[in-house]
Ligand binder design. Structure first.
Ligand SMILES: C[S@@+](CC[C@H](N)C(=O)[O-])C[C@H]1O[C@@H](n2cnc3c(N)ncnc32)[C@H](O)[C@@H]1O
Length: 221
């Protein structure tokens, strides 16, 4: 345990940051309102804001796990206006709804391509829209598959590409700070993923304690 920390941010700090942040786009708020009652898991606002920052100057983004397109929209809003995103999700009902919210936010259809498939099958099939090269990849689908998504993504990344992955602290179960169910498949897979990426010399990587834990990594090639 690090014992030299005099202070760690708490909910008051997060609320203060929220209070001075730019207003949330109406379409993002609409997705938040729709996702909650349907129990559709989406990144939280703090994570969305980080994704938007990471997307600055990133022209070709790939995302694994679209759902209602909330993280997709944060990425699209942070990207240059001519940037594109390829996002993968087998659930067409969800991604059809996502398209409506992207339009509401003024994102041209041509900027976002949805691949309706299981990600590993789409990568293995060499789906043309997934050929890359990509300068940012965001992973947020099946937790036991995070490592395999990364394996499929690496040959499709530019040197200097950013990789982000959500839920990598898994509500404290990965580190053991909240050991509830810490031996489940998801926890073990996420722990292995974190250890692998932070120990991989091809990446400069860390984990931001934002939302449920956001791994961010820069690919050295
Ligand atoms: C956590 S949600 C994504 C949330 C989204 N990134 C956001 O923050 O707005 C995970 C999504 O992964 C999708 N999914 C499930 N299996 C998948 C697979 N094999 N490949 C890609 N996506 C998958 C689910 O349908 C679900 O919509």
């Amino acid at each position: 345990m690090k014992d030299d920390r005099e202070w760690i941010p708490d909910a008051t700090d997060l609320d203060w940051i929220d209070g001075i942040a730019a207003p949330v786009d109406g379409a993002l708020a609409a997705i938040e309102a729709a996702a909650k009652p349907q129990h559709v898991p989406i990144v939280d606002r703090d994570t969305g804001r980080v994704l938007s920052v990471l997307a600055g100057d990133r022209h070709r983004i790939v995302e694994v796990g679209t759902a209602y397109g909330y993280s997709t929209l944060w990425l699209a809003l942070g990207q240059p206006a001519d940037g594109t995103i390829v996002t993968i999700d087998p659930d067409r009902d969800r991604t059809d709804l996502a398209r409506g919210w992207w339009r509401q936010a003024g994102i041209a259809d041509s900027r976002i391509t949805v691949v309706t498939a299981k990600a590993l099958e789409a990568f293995a099939a060499d789906e043309p829209s997934l050929a890359g090269p990509f300068d940012l990849a965001f992973i947020d689908a099946l937790k036991p598959e995070y490592g395999a998504y990364l394996d499929a993504l690496i040959p499709r990344l530019t040197r200097g590409a950013l990789v982000a992955a959500d839920n990598v602290l898994w509500s404290g179960r990965v580190s053991g700070s909240r050991p509830r169910g810490d031996n489940d498949t998801n926890t073990a897979a996420l722990r292995a993923f974190d250890e692998r990426v932070l120990g991989d010399g091809r990446f400069t990587a860390t984990i931001l304690p934002v939302g449920d834990g956001l791994l961010v990594a820069s690919f050295r090639g």
